[in-house]
Design a protein. Structure first.
Length: 178
């Protein structure tokens, strides 16, 4: 044991490095938890983009049960607009502040969700014939084991359904002009 004497700090550092590498390897082994939905919508990309810049509009098109308790910031329209809300999917509940972080008119819109369990959502608009293909992509890492399977088998499908319903409601609202 004498050859270990005086090297306690080095052994602790090596142990911590090993734990960090193990955690990183476990995170890399987890499947992607992203939630993606797309749908063609009969409207111009610029018109869809303009609607989605308004967070009060977002509140009106989320399917019932997917979001709750919206509290809009001082500005609710345009880049910098914000709202605090609760996302709900299966047993997931996330109370976050959503901020319109970046927009490229008629092409894309990014909404950042700040908080300990925050995430980013990107909307993209691709013109196709008379329609616009709209994709909503929420970039999220699944939780670590033992919750990974529960997220992948219950939460993500429910969230996927919310995203698809969101696009369906968006399509109806563009058609009705409301």
């Amino acid at each position: 044991m004498d050859h270990f004497a005086g090297h306690t700090g080095a052994w602790i550092a090596l142990g911590l490095m090993g734990c960090a590498n193990l955690a990183r390897a476990q995170a890399e082994d987890r499947p992607a938890g992203d939630v993606v939905a797309e749908r063609p919508i009969r409207a111009a990309p610029a018109d869809i983009y303009a609607r989605l810049l308004d967070l009060t509009f977002h509140e009106s098109v989320w399917p019932e049960g997917c979001t709750a308790r919206w509290e809009h910031g001082a500005t609710s329209v345009g880049v910098g607009a914000s709202a605090r809300l609760t996302y709900r999917a299966a047993m997931m509940r996330r109370r976050l502040t959503a901020t319109v972080a970046k927009g490229v008119p008629g092409q894309s819109l990014k909404i950042e969700h700040a908080g300990r369990l925050g995430f980013s959502t990107t909307w993209t608009f691709t013109e196709r014939d008379e329609d616009t293909l709209v994709e909503v992509h929420t970039w999220v890492d699944p939780p670590p084991s033992p919750l990974t399977n529960m997220y992948l088998n219950q939460v993500r499908p429910a969230w996927q359904s919310c995203h698809q319903g969101l696009l369906d409601n968006l399509a109806r609202s563009m058609h009705s002009g409301r």
